[in-house]
Design a protein around this ligand. Sequence first.
Ligand code: XMP
Length: 512
Amino acid sequence: MKKNFILILDFGSQYSYLIARRIREMGVYTDFLQSNVISLSKILSNKPNGIILSGGPLSVYDNSAMIINKDIFKLDIPIFGICYGMQLISHIFGGKVEKSKIKEYGKSHLIIDSYSKIFHGIQKKSIVWMSHFDEVTKIPKEFTIVGHTEYCAIAALVHTTKDIYAVQFHPEVKNTEFGRTILKNFVVRICKCSQNWVLDNFVKKSVHNIRKRVLKKQVILGLSGGLDSFVTAIIIHKAIGKSLNCLFIDTGLFLNKEKDRIFSLCKESNLPIKIIDARDRFLSKLTGISDPEKKRKIIGKEFISIFQEESEKIMDAEFLAQGTIYSDIIESSSKNGFSSIKSHHNVGGLPNKLMKLKLIEPLKKLFKDEVKKIGVQLGLPNEILKRHPFPGPGLGIRIIGKINKKKILILKKAEDILMQELIKNNLYNSVSQAFIVLLPIKSVGIMGDKRTYEYSAVLRVTHTEDFMTATVSHLSYNFLEKISNRIINEVDGINRMLYDITSKPPSTIEWE
Ligand code: XMP
């Protein structure tokens, strides 16, 4: 059977993951290869129907620029270069790339000069999203210019005889009016992919693969009560039944009543669960630590130590399963030497030396909304499907700076009030994630004629599809005031509330 697969060679653009999203939305499977590990044999072993060269932050003439082997263009596989990808194609074929006289960031108008296959069905003039400081100033011999913008004379190129296309703008960004059409033209018209990648077979295939890999061994899985780890547990349970050993490690950094909730959810789903009280252990390791990455690494290391200890108590325990999803990997990985954003404890925080167990991560290629679809297919209760995500390091990364028992209690109480009010006002399901962040800043207040000097806390409520980008939820002032009043009146230790109105990017959802 013909494989339908688009390979993205990722040169480090913040938009690369969006290319993957757009292609999967069309029903075609796609994945990345980091550009610093690209070899022709690796590309060929993936058998792609088409290759996309992503954007990236470097210039092709930098010493550290990531250049690909020219032979990739002899493979007879259609290629589409986006931004840096276009500059790279031009550079490799002998064109000229230079710093743009006018940098172009944001909205621009593409004028199509010639209708190539890549522009099928697109208006002659349309809005595109630009983000570049370099541009192609001289095209290689074998190419033709097919589009320009006001400030960029060479905004789109095609090879005269081969299926090689390139654009300076970003078709993957929603603001590019016909971006989806352009990507679809490449994927469906040019690469001839069938749009039949659906998640329907995902569970069946995963169950089959896990069964084949695990054989008669035992698997340990850390359940956090969130969607990702729960879906992972159900899939593995389908595959190996009693050989799955679920652990809930109580770090003391969960919301109130979390332990009981998880216990009853597992009971309903027939998942075997063991609860481990590690509250003192985590708190003592975190005492005195204020650096966010250090906290994340400590928490990750402690999780692994506990998994390791538990695995030694189980005969034939050989695997550790985790609910890692695509965004955890993208945001935790140091892309091509560029800095990672956060070490998600289930990815970047894992100390390799300590890891004797082999990893099973069935969801690691899925976006959050895709995991949700799988959860629906598996018949999971709404309580899990609609639950806001909760980070593995828990309240540890919502207490900014040093952590202690008192601060944990304060934050748990405040989060409790927030959840009650969201549910009471029918807002829980219309926002994507809501929580409180406890700041290490005290301020002066007045309550009952008495001076107070207590912590400030931040309400963070976001709206997002995939948690890779997010915007602030536009809650009413009445609601915000209600939350502020209740928290300040009912929680000893907080006397000032703030509302975080930043989007992601430039901020992230969690504060640490
Ligand atoms: P950020 O803060 O990176 O968060 O914008 C994106 C989403 O990921 C959650 N998050 C985590 N989830 N382990 C997890 O399982 C982690 O270490 C972690 N850090 C952040 C965050 O709550 C949001 O939903």
